[in-house]
Every structure is written in C-alpha cells, then in structure tokens.
Ligand binder design. Structure first.
Ligand code: SF4
Ligand code: SF4
Length: 132
C-alpha cells in the first residue's frame, strides 16, 4: 500500500531513515505513526549521540535505543558473562557492554539473534540485512 503525498511529508519529518534496518518492523515507528507522535513537540535537551558498535553478528546504534531494557533482561536470562547493562541514571542513562568489553565479547550468537529479534527499534540489528 503506497503513501499519500501528505503521509510521505509527515513520515519524512519523523523517521524514514531509509538506511535503518528496522524500518519495516520498528515498534517505535509503528506506534509513533499510530498516535501521530511528533518528535519536536517537546523541546529541550537531547541525548549525546554515541558511536555505533559493529560486531560479528550485530550492529548496536545507541542513538536508536529507547532504553526499554529488553536486551538487558535477555542477556541476563541467557546468563551471558558480560551481556548488556545500564550505565548511569536519569537522562544520560545508556545501555552498553560492561567492563569495556566489546559487543562480540558480550553476546553469544544465539543471544545476539534473540536481542535483534526483540529490540523494538533498529538499535540492535543484524550485520546481515537477511538476518543471522
Ligand atoms: S529505529 Fe528510528 S530510524 Fe529506525 S525505523 Fe525506528 S524510528 Fe525509524
Ligand atoms: S532492546 Fe533495543 S531499545 Fe531496548 S534497551 Fe536494548 S538496545 Fe535499547
């Protein structure tokens, strides 16, 4: 189903990051569309953009993370030695790998697959556009 001209205009003002691998199954995008969310409605501080991490299996783009905690829960459930965890509190809080380890040291292949499936945005996605 195509978009009308008005819908294209509204979408490009909000998302349409055509390079985002989650653009077809992003919950954030789906819900923002459903509730007509506008990212400029509330002005104020913005989070500092952090570097994208690229591993063997997945790409972690912190700029797309909404701190839902699903990946933290799943890596703990899988009993990963390092996994992913919360750093800091409040506004600057971020999700990252503890002890300065790499994303590859943090996640086994099966856990990487799981967090890619469950991440509601494109923050955790497969290096292979076809999936792991
Ligand atoms: S993660 Fe962000 S850029 Fe990617 S589809 Fe969702 S809202 Fe758009
Ligand atoms: S599952 Fe995705 S959006 Fe949720 S905290 Fe982890 S990286 Fe962020």
């Amino acid at each position: 189903v195509g978009l009308s001209a008005a819908e294209v205009k509204a979408e490009t003002a909000r998302c349409l990051h055509c390079d985002c691998r989650a653009k077809d199954d992003c919950d954030l995008r789906r819900l923002a569309t459903r509730y007509n969310a506008k990212q400029n409605r509330f002005s104020g501080r913005r989070r500092t953009i952090q570097a994208v991490q690229v591993g063997k299996h997945l790409i972690y783009d912190p700029g797309k993370c909404i701190a839902c905690g699903k990946c933290v829960y799943l890596t703990a459930q899988a009993k990963e030695t390092f996994g992913l965890t919360y750093f800091g509190r409040g506004f600057p809080m971020k999700i990252d790998v503890p002890f300065g380890k790499t994303i590859d040291e943090a996640l086994s292949t099966s856990t990487a697959k799981r967090v890619i499936e469950e991440c509601p945005t494109g923050a955790l996605c497969s290096v292979n556009p076809g999936g792991l």
